[in-house]
Design a protein around this ligand. Structure first.
Ligand SMILES: [Zn+2]
Length: 199
């Protein structure tokens, strides 16, 4: 993976009640701060800053930061919205990318991780028999397992699923920074909810 520009790295967004609701880009986070719609949260003290006080903070010499012609600005890892108090939509749309993340690039029948090119989307109840493309009816299967199962149910094929397929937690919709989940984020979102990082 090529390194993203710091302005395209994700910032965690909290609603007015300090509840994590989304990620956005550093670029957009700074714009929200600039117009007064959000404040930056200090990664160490958890004090909040307006755009004006944030840009005056001293950036440690070897810290990754945003550079303008005349300034070095700390990257806001977390922002808190000043007005919005909504909570995230809990249901994530079904996508191929999200399915790979939910199933951690692992065949749900035999547990192997043969790589994305060798993984297929299996309909637990086959499509030919009315099975739908949903979180609860789709799992990753390696090519041999998919061929073995064919258009049968797991019971008919005498194959068993490692676990019952369920919709992934909403936090799978969040972008993860290139360097992994920052310490400051773990105060707002439990480690268990992140899923497989970078998948
Ligand atoms: Zn398999």
């Amino acid at each position: 993976m090529t390194r993203r520009s710091i302005l395209n790295e994700p910032t965690l967004v909290l609603n007015r009640s300090w509840y994590a609701i989304a990620t956005t880009t550093v670029r957009h986070a700074i714009r929200l701060m600039f117009v007064g719609a959000s404040r930056a949260v200090s990664a160490t003290s958890y004090e909040t800053h307006s755009f004006d006080t944030w840009v005056e903070l001293t950036v440690p010499p070897d810290e990754l930061c945003i550079r303008t012609v005349s300034m070095r600005i700390l990257k806001p890892e977390v922002i808190v919205l000043t007005h919005y108090d909504g909570v995230p939509n809990k249901s994530l749309p079904f996508t191929r990318r999200s399915l790979f993340k939910r199933d951690r690039h692992t065949c749900q029948y035999c547990g192997t991780q043969p790589g994305a090119a060798q993984l297929t989307i299996d309909h637990v109840m086959p499509r030919s028999r009315g099975g739908r493309t949903t979180w609860t009816n789709c799992v990753l299967a390696c090519v041999p397992c998919n061929l073995e199962k064919g258009s049968r149910t797991p019971g008919e094929a005498r194959m068993s699923l490692g676990r019952t397929p369920e919709p992934p937690p909403w936090t799978h919709a969040l972008e993860i920074p290139t360097g992994g989940v920052p310490e400051s984020w773990t105060k707002f979102v439990s480690d268990k909810l992140w899923g497989s990082i970078g998948a």
